[in-house]
Ligand binder design. Structure first.
Ligand SMILES: [Zn+2]
Ligand SMILES: [Zn+2]
Length: 94
């Protein structure tokens, strides 16, 4: 068996093992996709960067209330973004 083939096979097996302990949830995938979408739209100027909707801090981050709507974002500063995520109802939402 060629070395490379053997190596790839081993690597794939390692990845499978790693995935078992680090599963990528569907939610994670959807979140990644929503963020990627938003980034592209932001770059194209189709999404407008706004200040924090709570305190008007210009250093705001995007928050997605619903990942099924990647362009439906709320702008929040680091503090208010964190506050929102600390609220159990919103935990796990990006
Ligand atoms: Zn704020
Ligand atoms: Zn968020």
């Amino acid at each position: 068996m060629p070395w490379k083939d053997n190596h790839n096979r081993k690597h794939a097996a390692n990845m499978r093992e790693w995935r078992k302990t680090h599963p990528m949830s569907e939610e994670q995938r959807v979140r990644d996709r929503a963020r990627a979408y938003a980034k592209v739209y932001l770059k194209r100027g189709l999404l407008k960067k706004l200040p924090c909707s709570v305190c008007a801090d210009p250093q705001a981050q995007m928050h997605h209330p619903d990942y099924c709507k990647p362009l439906d974002v709320i702008w929040l500063c680091v503090k208010h973004h964190k506050d929102l995520h600390d609220w159990p109802l919103f935990r796990g939402v990006g």
